[in-house]
Design a protein around this ligand. Structure first.
Ligand code: ATP
Length: 301
């Protein structure tokens, strides 16, 4: 079984060797799998496939709990339903469990108790290939392997892609100008872990991947650090376009993203403190009101 979207494994293991591959993505994915130790792969995948892979599945979180082994529980009995095509913003203070939830949704880690259901069946019953084909995870530290920028953009895309498609994906992701200024352009080598690229550039490579892959589910860890206005607008536009055909689950920091979401999940100490639309939460949740006031006071929209 190939790992078609291995980018999440980057955080598990620094991948040492270079990928000198002609076709890039699939070969690279194979290598990633070979290099990972058995026990580092997420356990418990099955054989199930999606009946209609072009439609996002309904996602149900049932009483999810997770702890990293310390005293604190990172997630404590989290339940919610995410209908197909909906856009969900996960918000909450630092340490609330937002990234942990995104990692569980990605399949990278499994809940200690509780379950993630995809179309009413446990995630664990699906094959990893079936699930990873559905999703793009645009984290703040996406997986970049040692190879060319082009190979990195086509990573995880199973079909042949033309240079024009790669350029168009890079353009939509707002990284084409930067790449085309380089002497070797898309053939420029980047180092392991994305050496030679800034954090934002790595995230835009992951975004370009998503444009080629056309996933039905996008997990997006919105940048916290101040972006320049132009980059903000590109990210916003890109997510809007990708979100037209996908369920989007964002760990959100910008008020704009939060307001636009179909539903907001406010986490605190691993628990769901409130959920609903911006208007509902403004009426019903003091925690949310406080958070919005802080955001409006402290952060440009
Ligand atoms: P932030 O906004 O700061 O990224 P978050 O809401 O994403 O925070 P998580 O990163 O999910 O929160 O962390 C939830 C809890 O789990 C925190 O108490 C955190 O300290 C703890 N935690 C997170 N990752 C690890 C880890 N790898 N090992 C041990 N504890 C961890």
């Amino acid at each position: 079984v190939l790992i078609l979207v291995p980018e999440f494994f980057a955080s598990l293991k620094e991948l040492g060797s270079a990928f000198h591959t002609g076709r890039g993505s699939v070969a690279a994915a194979k290598r990633v799998q070979e290099e990972l130790e058995e026990d580092e792969l997420p356990v418990g995948w099955g054989k199930e496939t999606f009946k209609n892979p072009s439609m996002p599945p309904t996602i149900e979180l049932q009483n999810l709990s997770f702890s990293y082994g310390g005293e604190r529980t990172a997630l404590d009995n989290v339940s919610t339903v995410i209908p197909p095509m909906s856009h969900v913003a996960i918000i909450g203070p630092s340490g609330a469990g937002k990234s942990t939830l995104l990692n569980i949704l990605s399949g990278l880690i499994r809940p200690e108790s509780g379950n993630v259901l995809l179309d009413h069946k446990s995630m664990a019953t699906y094959s990893e290939e079936a699930w990873f084909t559905q999703i793009s995870y645009i984290s703040q530290n996406p997986y970049i392997f040692s190879g060319t920028i082009k190979d990195n953009i086509i990573l995880g895309v199973s079909e042949n892609v033309s240079d024009l498609e790669v350029r168009m994906a890079a353009e939509k992701a707002g990284i084409s100008h930067m790449i085309e200024r380089l002497e070797k352009g898309y053939d420029t080598a980047v180092g392991e872990g994305g050496r030679g690229l800034s954090g934002g550039e790595k995230q835009r490579v992951a975004l370009a991947r998503a444009f080629l892959k056309k996933p039905t589910i996008i997990l997006f860890d919105e940048p916290t650090v101040g972006l320049d206005l132009k980059t903000e607008q590109i990210l916003q536009q890109s997510m809007k376009e990708l979100g037209q055909k996908a369920t989007v689950i964002t760990v959100a920091h910008r008020l704009h993203t939060i307001k636009e979401a179909d539903s907001i999940l406010l986490l605190s100490h691993g628990q769901v403190k409130a959920s609903g639309t911006h208007e509902q939460l403004l009426r019903e949740s003091v925690d949310y009101q406080n958070m919005v006031m802080t955001q409006q006071g402290g952060r440009a929209e």
